[in-house]
Design a protein around this ligand. Structure first.
Ligand SMILES: CC(C)(COP(=O)(O)OP(=O)(O)OC[C@H]1O[C@@H](n2cnc3c(N)ncnc32)[C@H](O[C@H]2O[C@H](COP(=O)(O)OP(=O)(O)OP(=O)(O)O)[C@@H](O)[C@H]2O)[C@@H]1O)[C@@H](O)C(=O)NCCC(=O)NCCS
Ligand SMILES: Nc1ncnc2[nH]cnc12
Length: 306
């Protein structure tokens, strides 16, 4: 467990209350609009990436029969106000229960837009917490670096996120059912630990690919496969149990062992995985959400440099 003092040091966090007063309402709104725009762009980038094994893209619906790229577009459109609101809430030092209310309302907006299909529940949670952390960081005059975002999230909402992970939830979810049946962790534990799969797994993979000169598509494909190899995706367990999770891990590990997108044949290999996943109805939706979260963290850091 990282101590609060160490986290403060990483985040270089100043006196939040005093710094917050220096910003006008218009500044707060403009910043929140920009963060919301980046969040929607991150979801769009994930959707457009192809070939993603078993996942929906503009090319096809992968392992899904109840949704396509249009469903995701409607969901994204419905979520844009949520990302702005949760960023502003973070700026204004909202409690976790206030953030949760926004998250629950966003889930309802998503379900209305998609006629009951869960397109982005994981993203509402992880990208929502990142938008709130970005707002809080900016209010405190803290840079939007990945380390600072994580530190701000854990310092301000870490305890409540940990409590949320231990709660049963008012309505049973696929994630809770999977956790009870297979004793695997999922989105709740990710949140409680400050999104380690984003900061310690996906983001380093994106950066490593960028460093070797990969294209944007290639760096995102590498990050997606790295996430698939590392996380317990409750969507995969829910649909196909531990055997399905084993198939996902094997494909991801093989792809990465061959060098990922640095391998000349990566596109054909990814297409092959896509076909196998569709045959088994596998869909690593949790990894897809976390990839979008990585893209958001990357663009927030770039915003800082601009
Ligand atoms: C904390 C919550 C996210 C609730 O989580 P819970 O554990 O209760 O589980 P789910 O409701 O199942 O939602 C979790 C979603 O998170 C994604 N996910 C999966 N594994 C991981 C992981 N290891 N790390 C991070 N994220 C993960 C995953 O999202 C994707 O899967 C979607 C499809 O899922 P599902 O509906 O199961 O799929 P189908 O196969 O279509 O199901 P059926 O039709 O068969 O039923 C896909 O679209 C991706 O989005 C999981 O879905 C959070 O919901 C919560 O607490 N909400 C309340 C609001 C709140 O507190 N907000 C806090 C402030 S923001
Ligand atoms: N592209 C995608 N396909 C299926 N499920 C997802 N969950 C998040 N993104 C997804």
């Amino acid at each position: 467990m990282i101590s609060a003092t160490a986290l403060r040091k990483i985040g270089d966090i100043g006196d939040g209350a005093q710094t917050a007063r220096r910003f006008s309402l218009a500044t707060q709104r403009n910043f929140s609009c920009e963060v919301a725009r980046l969040a929607v762009r991150a979801l769009h980038a994930e959707l457009c990436l192809y070939p993603k094994p078993g996942l929906v893209s503009p090319v096809d619906s992968g392992s899904h029969t109840d949704m396509d790229a249009g469903t995701f577009m409607r969901s994204m459109f419905a979520l844009r106000h949520y990302f702005k609101k949760i960023c502003l809430a973070g700026w204004r030092d909202a409690s976790f229960s206030q953030l949760k209310k926004l998250g629950i309302a966003a889930e309802a907006a998503m379900l209305k837009a998609t006629h009951g299909v869960n397109t982005h529940r994981g993203a509402i949670f992880s990208l929502g917490m990142l938008c709130a952390a970005a707002g809080r960081a900016r209010a405190q005059g803290t840079a939007l670096t990945p380390a600072a975002l994580r530190a701000v999230m854990l310092i301000r909402w870490g305890e409540e996120l940990a409590r949320h992970a231990g709660e049963d939830g008012s309505t049973p979810s696929n994630g809770l059912r999977v956790a009870a049946r297979y004793a695997v962790s999922g989105a709740r534990e990710e949140g409680a630990l400050g999104l380690p799969s984003v900061f310690d797994v996906g983001l380093p993979a994106l950066l490593a690919a960028r460093k070797r000169g990969a294209t944007v598509t290639e760096e995102r494909i590498d990050a997606l496969y790295t996430l698939m190899a590392h996380i317990s995706d409750s969507n995969v367990y829910h649909r196909a149990g531990p055997q399905g999770a084993q198939i996902v891990r094997e494909h991801a590990e093989r792809f990465l062992a061959q060098g990922g997108t640095a391998h000349a044949n990566w596109h054909a290999d990814a297409l092959h995985s896509h076909q196998v996943f569709v045959r088994h109805r596998l869909s690593p939706g949790g990894a897809a959400d976390l990839l979008a979260a990585c893209c958001l963290v990357q663009s927030l850091a770039a915003l800082e440099k601009a």
